[in-house]
Design a protein. Structure first.
Length: 269
């Protein structure tokens, strides 16, 4: 297990600041029924069951954006090809390969939130924990992947879920509907996940005319080039950048801040 008392030769590694035990490791195991499954939370399904789950969750998620559970199910039942492409991109990148090998998790068991609160205000870690505290979010709230029939792809989906709040934080977007839609555009362009595409295209119908104008005229002209030109966020080993300044981090990964006048409109009502 990692400890903060590691000698200076290991200080760079110690920036991870996480305990080395992972919750729900992504490895084959046996469930309560004695059935061999691909990972602890895996729920095997037939083709017909997957089709029903896909259609039902897609319709529910489109009509009620608050149903995170249905958004998650739709993502898992439609995302195989996109997840494979995401894993391929990670495999071609040094940092991405390291993430796939280490399989780090972002939750209360792996990330020392008090340590992040003690970092300087302009660091990545402090930005993240301030975002979580401001909106009353918990790193443990992300649902476990269940319907992805591949150990490796299930981890990719779980990692995507667990860095979602970090993507919000580094892009300066609030958790209101406009902020969520903006981030879904960013994620759709970078990942190709059908659930992100569906949310980015379908959810604007739930915005007021004023917020829709802000999205089209101000936020999309910023977020779309940001997604195209920045580094693939799944290849960012965030845990190694907690103590990096936000200015340096944004510059390193080719990210640009949002138009300042739009940030207030991304806050929840």
């Amino acid at each position: 297990n990692c400890t903060r008392g590691i000698d200076c030769g290991m200080r760079k590694f110690c920036r991870l600041r996480f305990y080395c035990t992972h919750t729900a490791p992504f490895a084959p195991c046996v469930n309560d029924k004695g059935e061999r499954i691909m990972y602890p939370s895996h729920t095997p399904t037939s083709l017909s069951q997957r089709v029903v789950l896909m259609i039902g969750s897609g319709l529910t998620a489109l009509t009620d954006t608050r149903r995170d559970d249905m958004v998650g199910v739709f993502g898992e039942t439609t995302g195989h090809y996109a997840l494979q492409c995401m894993m391929d991109r990670m495999s071609r990148d040094r940092s991405g390969r390291e993430i796939l090998k280490d399989k780090p998790r972002i939750n209360s068991s792996s990330v020392d939130m008090d340590y992040l609160r003690g970092l300087p205000n302009d660091t990545v870690g402090n930005c993240y924990v301030n975002f979580m505290d401001k909106y009353g979010l918990c790193a443990d709230s992300r649902a476990q992947v269940r319907y992805v029939d591949s150990t490796e792809l299930a981890y990719v989906m779980q990692r995507y879920r667990e860095v979602h709040d970090l993507v919000h934080a580094i892009n300066g977007m609030g958790t209101g509907l406009l902020g969520e839609i903006s981030i879904k555009w960013f994620e759709a362009i970078q990942t190709g996940l059908p659930m992100c595409v569906l949310a980015s295209v379908g959810s604007p119908m739930n915005l007021s005319p004023e917020l829709r104008r802000i999205l089209v005229c101000q936020l999309l002209p910023w977020i779309v080039p940001n997604a195209w030109n920045s580094n693939f966020f799944m290849n960012i080993y965030f845990e190694k950048h907690w103590d990096q300044s936000m200015e340096s981090f944004l510059r390193e990964f080719n990210l640009t801040p949002p138009p300042p006048e739009t940030i207030q409109y991304t806050e929840p009502k």
